[in-house]
Design a protein around this ligand. Structure first.
Ligand SMILES: [Zn+2]
Ligand SMILES: [Zn+2]
Length: 472
């Protein structure tokens, strides 16, 4: 765990240097103006899964008339849209997003076909439309009830960045959410610096604005080398790098569930993403993600999910009225607590790239309290099971090598929150991502890096080369 923290600090430092060079709002800078306390919101926490596949995906087989998968891929036996909603229902989920694969120009791909399936949104579970878009990496088009075409998706060109940004903006205009899925899929080394984006599967660095990052794909205990291919640890670092830029980006989880054979350990709800929604609709779910009001649990509600909460007493009156996604004054008193079972574990609080609280015991019904840093930035929390990761790392790397994240990453992650933000509250009408300064300059950096490295896998070509990894 020590090396992981070093990596985080280093990542933050690199981002700070980059931000200074780009005249970005510096996370490490002292806050110049404290935030006004946010008004308490009304709503409820809804549980769900933002990443579930069905028979409509090319790597999911449903006999006898599957149009884009054959019996040769029998091991990919999957479920229909209705079967997925039944699964979600029995796991206690409130919503599920069906996100089958889509690759522009490939007639075997399905796009948002599931939204018109009679099984969509059945069995008391809210259906969130969407599809998983193969560009330079996999973009989750949450809320998409149709296909959104792009003019260019080439991460190595300004036109590619502009094309994907335009597509994402069009989705947002319709109320959708644009998300980077499993950004570290297939990464060949630990991500320790924010500008080291050339090894990521997500090809756009920080040049394409995202509303959310899937920091938790499948489960931490199913990381590379098998059966998953996308280390959540590095995805988490990538998300933190986004926060370092000053952007407000939600953290989400996704089971990426494809196959019935693996449904027990990565079925809908493994992990579960909680959203604090003002209404029990797909629109409410999507808005909550855009507002950053998410929390992730390793288990579904039916299996005893622990929902981790991060709250702040931003006006100092003793009530913790501020919540995940809010911007509060730096130096605010905060607490971490949990609901659900068992509601206990070891709390880790991360702030601006450093560990603020480490392995603080959280007992059922209790809380871990702390004071936020006295400067602008971000804070989030994780709930861990005791697992001696530091000892495991020292022993395991020598025996197995560093090819597996089992040796060096926490696998006993029970839950985590999205961030709360410290410092200034953006005035109304000003985008949270400082697009005027931020986007063109970072686009240049990203394009230069992408052109120099060009190590992207052609995800759009997966259907032809027969890839059937469960992590896509
Ligand atoms: Zn994928
Ligand atoms: Zn997927």
């Amino acid at each position: 765990m020590r090396a992981l923290r070093t990596g985080r600090i280093r990542a933050a430092c690199v981002a700070g240097v980059a931000a200074a060079a780009l005249a970005l709002p510096l996370v490490g800078a002292e806050a110049t103006q404290d935030a006004a306390p946010p008004a308490a919101l009304t709503g409820e926490w809804l549980s769900g899964d933002l990443h579930v596949h069905t028979c409509y995906s090319h790597d999911a087989y449903c006999p006898p008339d599957d149009y884009n998968t054959t019996e040769e891929d029998f091991y990919t036996l999957s479920g229909t849209v209705e079967e997925r909603f039944i699964e979600a229902s029995v796991r206690g989920l409130d919503y599920v997003a069906i996100t089958d694969h889509h690759s522009q120009g490939n007639p075997a791909e399905s796009g948002a076909r599931s939204v018109n399936d009679p099984g969509f949104g059945t069995h008391g579970v809210i259906g969130v439309p969407g599809y998983e878009n193969s560009i330079s990496g996999h973009a989750q088009m949450l809320g998409a009830a149709r296909v959104y075409p792009w003019t260019s998706a080439d991460a190595g060109t300004p036109a590619g960045l502009a094309g994907v940004n335009a597509m994402a903006d069009e989705l947002r205009g319709d109320g959708g959410v644009f998300q980077a899925n499993h950004p570290a899929d297939g990464i060949d080394h630990e991500l320790t610096a924010c500008d080291d984006t050339g090894s990521l599967d997500w090809g756009y660095g920080y040049g394409v604005r995202v509303d959310s990052v899937e920091v938790w794909n499948i489960g931490h205990y199913l990381q590379p080398p098998a059966p998953g291919n996308s280390p959540s640890k590095d995805a988490l670092t990538y998300w933190e790098c986004w926060l370092n830029t000053g952007a407000h980006v939600a953290a989400t989880g996704g089971s990426d569930s494809h196959w019935l054979s693996t449904a027990l350990v990565q079925g809908p709800g493994n992990p579960t993403t909680w959203v604090f929604a003002g209404e029990r609709t797909a629109r409410g779910v999507l808005r909550a993600i855009r507002e950053g009001r998410t929390s992730i649990s390793v288990q579904s509600p039916a299996a005893g999910a622990t929902r981790l909460l991060l709250e702040g007493d931003s006006d100092g009156d003793g009530d913790f009225e501020s919540m995940i996604g809010d911007t509060v004054p730096s130096g605010t008193a905060m607490r971490v607590r949990a609901t659900g079972a068992p509601g206990s574990g070891l709390v880790e609080v991360l702030a601006n790239g450093t560990v603020l609280r480490d392995e603080a015991p959280l007992t059922p019904g209790g809380a871990v309290t702390f004071t936020a840093p006295n400067r602008a930035g971000w804070v989030y929390a994780r709930l861990l099971a005791p697992e001696s990761v530091e000892t495991r790392r020292e022993i395991c790397d020598q025996q197995v090598g560093d090819q597996t994240t089992y040796c060096r990453a926490p696998v006993g992650v029970l839950a985590m929150t999205s961030a709360m933000y410290l410092g200034e509250v953006p005035p109304p009408g000003v985008p949270e991502v400082p697009s005027v300064l931020f986007m063109p300059l970072t686009m240049l950096v990203t394009v230069a890096g992408a052109v120099a490295i060009r190590r992207r896998r052609n995800r759009a070509g997966q259907l032809d080369n027969g890839s059937t990894t469960s992590t896509c």
